[in-house]
Design a protein around this ligand. Structure first.
Ligand code: GLU
Length: 400
């Protein structure tokens, strides 16, 4: 009898976290390593948010928070959805989890039965298919094309839907491509979804505030209110307020789903950390100027990285609309040999050799379901980015 459950056997460790761990080990062994593998803002959490957490401790907010979230945070979440997205969720139609990943995990665990299908446009965030598989469902990956801006088309969605489709996962702006769906594009997808009333949508909006240029963020439940009762709008404070370590994600959705998520959390975490929740109350209700400042910095970094990577031989780097990743193609490098004699058979070889030979940690495209590409997170300083891109240029120039 196997010690490990069949559910766990079905999945792999998260590639973003695994690569970062490998890079940390290399650094501990004395190597000079640059971390471009994990999507985490390098800024510190704003002071007003840290102060709110300290005040919560001093006030004694140290007891069980209530499974679905402290009431003040559920109210702040409902107010955020109204203010920023124009969606009316009552506080009872919101839930707070231990990070966005926990909310997504629970939504799928709470609703999937064996054989239920989940449509996942590729390239996708590494964890979606594995969470679906763990929950007993079947991921249905739909390849998107660079020519379509790596976005799911209505025709491809229509083709992918079957009687067993339970969910569509939409992530805009996307991790890893940065692709972001405009209002008209969401409207066109919603027309397909309206024709298939058994399909729910999980809209992962975690990168909402990180969009550049003239792009205007909208989300499915906002664009098509008729879908509201079968959409779970997931968000969190990690990326918008540099709060990755606080582990606070949240969602809005119909009460019948929220109640099931609460039931699951009652047997799981008993709710997210109370102190972190009070910090999130301040993040959502307090001054919002941090968002515009960080967006301006990320835009500058994006432009820097795209221009430097496009100077590297064999790489092609499109300009992403949002998030803090670039997802260049390294197709031209496949089949070549590195200066230490490694043959690059695929993008995993490319990323491994880049880490080994230049100390630049990026995540291979295969982990995101489409390549040969790699994902570089530019949520780090300009100095590190210039150093990293110089190393990547050198690595590519030395390929034979
Ligand atoms: N979402 C971030 C990333 O893709 C954080 C790590 C993770 O959970 O995957 O790097």
């Amino acid at each position: 009898m196997s010690f490990v459950s069949e559910a766990l056997e079905r999945i792999q460790p998260s590639a973003t976290i695994f690569v970062t761990r490998k890079a940390r080990e290399l650094k501990r062994s004395g190597r000079d390593v640059l971390f471009l593998s994990v999507g985490e803002p390098d800024f510190d959490t704003p002071d007003n948010i840290k102060d709110a957490a300290k005040a919560a401790i001093d006030r004694g907010e140290t007891k069980y928070p209530g499974t679905p979230g402290v009431p003040a945070l559920r109210e702040a979440v409902a107010a955020k959805f109204k203010r920023e997205n124009g969606i009316d969720y009552k506080p009872t139609e919101t839930i707070v989890g231990t990070g966005g990943k926990n909310v997504i995990f629970n939504a799928l665990l709470a609703t999937l039965n064996k054989g239920d299908q989940v449509i996942i446009p590729a390239p996708y965030w590494v964890s979606y298919p594995d969470i679906v598989s763990f929950a007993g469902g079947t991921p249905v990956e739909v390849t998107t094309r660079l020519e379509d801006g790596y976005k799911l088309t209505p025709a491809a969605l229509e083709t992918a839907i079957s009687p067993r489709t339970k969910w569509l996962i939409l992530n805009s702006p996307s991790n890893p491509t940065g692709a972001a769906y405009g209002r008209d594009e969401l409207k066109a997808l919603s027309e397909v979804l309206i024709r298939h009333p058994h399909v729910w949508t999980l809209s992962d909006d975690i990168y909402e505030h990180l969009t550049y240029g003239n792009f205007v963020f909208t989300t499915l439940a906002q664009v098509e209110p008729a879908l509201r009762d079968r959409v779970l709008t997931v968000n969190g404070v990690s990326k918008s307020y540099a709060m990755t370590g606080w582990r606070i994600g949240y969602a809005g959705g119909p009460e019948k789903l929220i109640r099931e998520l609460e039931k699951l959390q009652s047997q799981q975490t008993s709710g997210a950390c109370s102190i972190a929740q009070w910090a999130a109350v301040e993040a959502l209700n307090g001054p919002q100027d941090y968002i515009a400042r960080s967006r301006a910095v990320f835009k500058e970094r994006r432009d820097l990285v795209v221009s430097l990577l496009n100077k590297a031989e064999y790489l092609e780097c499109p300009v992403p609309d949002g998030a803090f990743y670039v997802y260049p193609s390294c197709a031209g490098a496949i089949g070549k040999t590195t200066r230490s004699g490694k043959v690059l058979h695929n993008d995993e070889d490319f990323a491994a050799a880049l880490l080994e030979e230049e100390g630049a940690a990026v995540v291979h495209g295969a982990a995101f379901g489409q390549g040969p590409n790699f994902r570089l997170s530019y949520a780090t300083s300009n100095d590190v980015l210039v150093d990293a891109c110089t190393r990547i240029q050198r690595f590519c120039a030395d390929l034979k």
